[in-house]
Design a protein around this ligand. Structure first.
Ligand SMILES: C[S@@+](CC[C@H](N)C(=O)[O-])C[C@H]1O[C@@H](n2cnc3c(N)ncnc32)[C@H](O)[C@@H]1O
Length: 176
């Protein structure tokens, strides 16, 4: 389904008092309904209680040790994960606004399009990081390389490569 909406220039020099928009940022009107749903499959526990404390980008080599706590209903889906050195983690930036088209990441005198940035402010606030897996205890994965607030919802865990090697041939679209 496609929705059209006119961009709303909601910020600029005259950003409204109390607005969390920065100068030169631009928003749009969100569609009236969602097109799909997601299940949160767990939560990410980190040392950071506020966005301003988080690293801008996680460091897989020497970042803080974080705990990915998976909902136990998905435990069986961890079979095979313990052998992976690195994982790709997808998480839902639940504190981010979703209507911003142009952003001013450094409080400069210009703005950049949302799709040219890895900012959490996006229509579907999905973040991804490649992390180093330190160990698994039950349904908890201890990893380095995250950059999110404590309690951020988890939406997926994937190997960087399924068989720890680059894919060489055409893939089986269902299982690869
Ligand atoms: C720039 S994003 C990068 C996220 C991910 N590594 C990526 O590239 O998709 C990381 C920043 O998002 C912000 N952030 C962290 N957790 C958040 C949350 N739950 N909701 C909204 N913003 C969050 C913090 O300011 C953090 O520094």
């Amino acid at each position: 389904m496609e929705h059209s909406a006119q961009p709303a220039h909601a910020a600029g020099a005259s950003a409204k008092p109390g607005s969390d928009l920065r100068p030169h940022e631009v928003t749009t009107t969100l569609p009236p309904e969602h097109d799909a749903g997601v299940w949160f499959i767990g939560r990410v526990h980190t040392p950071w209680s506020d966005r301003s404390e988080c690293p801008r980008k996680g460091e897989a080599a020497d970042g803080a040790l974080c705990e990915i706590r998976l909902d136990p209903r998905w435990q069986e889906a961890l079979a095979g994960v313990a052998g992976k050195a690195q994982l790709q983690i997808l998480y839902w930036m639940h504190l981010a606004r979703r209507d911003v088209l142009r952003q001013n990441p450094d409080f400069g005198d210009r703005s950049i399009g949302t799709f040219a940035l890895r900012s959490p402010l996006r229509p579907n606030p999905i973040a991804s990081s490649v992390v180093t897996l330190e160990r698994i205890e039950g349904t908890s994965l201890f990893v380095r390389g995250l950059d999110c607030v404590d309690g951020t919802p988890l939406i997926d865990i994937k190997p960087v490569f399924c068989f720890d090697e680059e894919p060489k041939g055409p893939s089986d679209a269902h299982h690869s």
